[in-house]
Design a protein around this ligand. Structure first.
Ligand code: PEP
Length: 248
């Protein structure tokens, strides 16, 4: 059985004033029947992790460098994130791939660095609208999985998030059949490469998940939870998504 995971990506949003949202979430969801993860900006990791140290909510990061240390102005290594209290790190988000030119090879190197620092890598894959229109979704996602995950992925060190680029922050989502098709394909791809143990790797759907559509998405084949952007910023919305997941 895979334990479900509701993960929030705060992106470049949040200051110390936003810590109250974490307090609210901890108050309303002290012991949910699924895992909860919030990935705030790096500036908030340490304060959030301290508040959550004995709680059901885990704190993660949104990116890391592939090197452990060195002359990389503005970057943060995986071991620094772990030192700040992060337990997970999102890697290969489409906004990083687009805004920072991150390639699958870079994502793979970052994933290896995350594992070496004891972090769980939440590796994101997903097609653009044009790629979907061309009928290339499975080929694109398959290639991203092959090249963004190094050898050695396990249920303990890796979560995969399927995030169609055209669904992120747009309010649009694929049909449930389209989500199921890609998630079943990702599961088969992972099992083909990493063996039976890959049945334990959690697959998250991401892209405009909100309280009103979460329950139906969570009934979909091979969906073990969600990576949530905008709707993770408010404790009430994220809490409603956690409730839907816990009930699925
Ligand atoms: C994301 O950025 O990972 C995401 C899924 O965003 P949103 O939920 O806002 O579409």
């Amino acid at each position: 059985m895979r334990r479900k995971l509701a993960a929030g990506n705060w992106k470049m949003n949040g200051t110390t004033a936003s810590l109250s949202e974490i307090e609210k979430l901890l108050e309303t969801h002290p012991d949910p029947a699924c895992d909860m993860l919030i990935c705030p900006p790096a500036t908030l990791i340490s304060q959030m992790a301290w508040r959550c140290r004995t709680k059901a909510l885990k704190i993660g990061a949104q990116d890391c460098h592939w090197n452990a240390s060195g002359a990389h102005t503005g970057d943060i290594s995986a071991s620094m994130l772990a030192d700040a209290g992060a337990m997970h790190v999102i890697l290969g988000h489409s906004e990083r791939r687009t805004d920072h030119g991150e390639t699958d090879a870079m994502v793979a190197a970052k994933t290896g660095a995350a594992w070496a620092a004891g972090l769980v890598a939440v590796v994101c894959v997903g097609e653009t609208e044009r790629q979907r229109d061309l009928g290339a979704t499975l080929a694109v996602v398959g290639a991203q999985i092959d090249s963004s995950l190094p050898d050695g992925a396990t249920a303990e060190n890796t979560v995969v998030a399927y995030e169609p680029v055209w669904a992120i922050g747009t309010g649009r989502t694929p049909t449930l059949a389209e989500i199921a098709e890609v998630h079943d394909f990702i599961r088969a791809t992972l099992v083909g490469r990493f063996g039976e143990a890959a049945y334990g790797i959690r697959l998250l759907y991401g892209g405009s998940v909100k309280p009103s559509n979460a329950a139906e998405i969570f009934k979909t084949s091979n969906v073990d939870g969600a990576l949530v952007g905008g709707a993770s910023l408010k404790a009430a919305d994220f809490g409603a998504i956690v409730d839907a997941l816990a009930a699925a």
